[in-house]
Design a protein around this ligand. Sequence first.
Ligand code: PEP
Ligand code: MG
Length: 590
Amino acid sequence: MPISASDKSVVTLQGIGVSPGVAAGPVFVLSGESLRVVDREIPVDKIRDEVARLEDALIETRSQIMKLQRDLASQTGVANASVLDAHLMTLDDRTFIEDIVQYVRDRHRNVERALYDVTERYAEALSSVDDAYLSERVADIRDVARRIAKNLAGDSGNVWEDLAHRHIIVANDLSPSETAGLRRDMVLGFATDLGSATSHTAVMARALEIPAVVGLHDASRKVEPGDHVLIDGNKGLLILNPTPEMLNRYGAEDVARQTIRKGLDSLLHEPAETRDGHRIVLSANMESIEEIEAVTRYGAQGVGLFRSEYLYLMRQGVVGEEEQATVYRKVAAALHPAPVIIRTLDLGGDKIMPQHEFAREVNPFLGCRSIRLSLLYPDSFKSQLRAILRASVEGNVKIMYPMIGNEGEVVRANELLEEAKRELSAAGIPFDKEIDVGIMIEVPAAALTAHALAEHVGFFSIGTNDLVQYTLAVDRVNERVAYLYEPTHPAVLELMRRTIEAAHSHSRWVGVCGEMAGDPMLTMLLVGMGVDELSVAPSAVPVVKEAIRSVTLDQARTLAETVRECRSATEALAHCRRLMRETAPKLLEI
Ligand code: PEP
Ligand code: MG
């Protein structure tokens, strides 16, 4: 760890620790704009070259937008793709382009500076008029300017390429796709003003095993590029200008935690079973093919949730059937015979691609996200289903539909699956005809009608990240209401109980794949409630396994019965903590 202390005053900020570990180092402040606005003087004899750079970037931008439009038309229909016409119009706006060129010529500044200033001038002028159409034009102009800026930088859209040394990234917010583009070797850790424990950015940090703190409110305004900070992903702290004593103390605590974790390596080949032999399937959540190694290293029994939408988010675009089939098949083959559950696209909410920006909704988590989006575009949904089916020849692939809210959605998704199967059969392409299909239970309506839903599928996986937000009306990515986000709230647990009971009465198995499954403090409760499978971030497998192996099924069931009587999330949590202290005290120190 490149630690260097400073004699400036210490400032401690409290946020939410979302990915364990301690990191210290210089800060890289990521703010979409400052990153791009390099200011350079251009000598008179180089002005012509500078204008040529702009022209090249414009050509590149045009061809990218046109490609995006083609992809979008094939995925979602021509009507949606035509929204990008506004972006092409901006590129063709001679006055806008001429203003940028004139800025460079008159002021002898670089194109990036000119582009930024001219864009902001236009944006300000348009914003000052109270007109919905013109407000949309502001967004279009800024979006096109961002694309041009990226091309000027010769960059493919990955902001992380700007980092030359290892830093702690401090940002107001990081989108899941930005986090997905993180270069692990260049990032010591990250800290954001916004976000909470189940935001997809936090999920990604855990998958990448990068210490992270979110919900720090105004950290990105309190630090300066190059400042030294320490972040503690367990305690949720960011310390600006840490003293040498602090660096040593937090570093030592981290080493102690790592030593306990290391001790759990001995469990690698041990089963995830209670002391009296009750087995739980302990699988891993995956976002990208790179995680296969971690899934195996931590000893997960397969993949309980493959978040397929990350293929799109990392690419920032549509991924074709052929390529999807190749990725799914690679994962299935690498982990065979362990099951691999591929969840169909769960885009929307906080997982937005640039081409979705035009479709921004007032309440994205309640809007056209996930299975709703897939069912709206049956052709692209079927193309994903065919890709999964093609991978299923490996014999260990299962399909899972996210965010089911009513029986009709499962029925429709299954109809499309049957169509996809017929299409493959007609083309003579082999697949697993008995492929198992399941759904995620993440909407209270699904939990309450689980009996009916169970008739159409082979298994359930409870997505607690969303189930908690929808049950408690608490935005899962909003740090201001994070204190209300309580997985052990009696209402959430009651919905989970009903789901488990419905699954078992139809002889279906039921898992939990939300972040709750990876919190060892809650493992014993989930086991006692009757969950058959837990799917967690790969690095959480050993701690969850240890928690399972520390209790008997009777102890876990007694805990679940006690918790059932609790009137608050805090009370329930206190019972979980008490059993953990009795049976696996070292886990409390991790
Ligand atoms: C969930 O909602 O619990 C879940 C696992 O899905 P995601 O976090 O991808 O929304
Ligand atoms: Mg979800």
